[in-house]
Write a protein that binds this ligand. Structure first.
Ligand SMILES: [Zn+2]
Length: 276
């Protein structure tokens, strides 16, 4: 009798754990890098385990150079959606806009592999109109790719001026104020934002009032992201997912689900699926 009661209790605990896992909010992380230094330091199977343990349903992944992205995509094609970064190494963040060899590199990779986007790239103000970024935008147009721009509002405007039908994922929502972000979203229907590497939208599990207005006005335009710009930040992916789940609880469930993963699936995964 006692044994049976114990078994029933154990089964109940197992069931509770399973349902807790099942009800855990999935996360689409729209800002992951697996660059050369991360790929050297973190074994591929460990990297995949980090993504799975974090409960990621999807991840928009890019890397300097592209090898890390391709390896990770091969190892976890159910999670990873690849995008092509215009950098061959970390040091090119500030120099690529004037380096014509970047275009050759992009052309070679675009012919060889499938991507959903070009990015994340760093591009500010009038630099967006330099020949190399312009040519990159033309390639994105030719291959029907999104642009993942770590940019100020000025550069985003210039990208849309070059290609009015562009689909732009604005990295870190430009590190701009929520009021300005709303203004940009009103002006451009093909603009989405990742909230990577910013914490001003939520504190202690509560959503900031101005950001709440932005999320409510544009429920379909925001995604969360970790931004693993250094190898160490890989160990923050699970923590970031949990932190996101915490503040998302402060929003209506349907809105929380959109920001957590549905927008990533609808905008990023579906665009990639159309290419295959
Ligand atoms: Zn980044």
């Amino acid at each position: 009798m006692r044994i049976r009661a114990g078994l029933v209790a154990a089964a109940a605990v197992a069931l509770a754990l399973a349902s807790a896992e099942a009800s855990e909010l999935p996360i689409f992380d729209a800002h992951i890098h697996f660059s050369h230094d991360a790929a050297e330091q973190i074994p591929l199977k460990d990297a995949v385990a980090i993504l799975r343990k974090a409960g990621l349903k999807g991840a928009l992944v890019s890397s300097s150079n592209d090898e890390g992205t391709q390896k990770l995509y091969e190892a976890a094609p159910d999670i990873v959606v690849p995008e092509l970064r215009p950098y061959r190494s970390r040091g090119e963040i500030g120099t690529w806009v004037r380096d014509a060899t970047v275009i050759d590199y992009l052309e070679v990779r675009l012919k060889r592999y499938k991507y959903v986007a070009i990015g994340e790239f760093h591009l500010y103000g009038a630099d967006a109109d330099l020949p190399v970024p312009r040519r990159m935008v033309e390639l994105a147009k030719q291959y029907d790719l999104m642009l993942h721009a770590h940019s100020d509002a000025d550069a985003v405007e210039r990208l849309f001026a070059q290609w009015p039908q562009a689909r732009v994922l604005w990295a870190h929502a430009g590190f701009d104020r929520p009021e300005k972000v709303r203004e940009m979203l009103r002006r451009h229907r093909n603009l989405w934002c990742d909230l990577a590497f910013r914490t001003d939208h939520a504190n202690g599990g509560k959503v900031d009032a101005e950001w709440r207005k932005a999320f409510e006005e544009f429920p379909e335009r925001f995604m969360v992201g970790t931004d693993t710009f250094t190898p160490e930040r890989w160990y923050f992916i699970g923590e970031h997912a949990d932190w996101s789940r915490e503040w998302l609880k402060d929003l209506p469930p349907a809105l929380a689900e959109r920001i957590a993963w549905k927008n990533g699936e609808a905008v990023i995964r579906s665009a990639f699926a159309r290419k295959r």
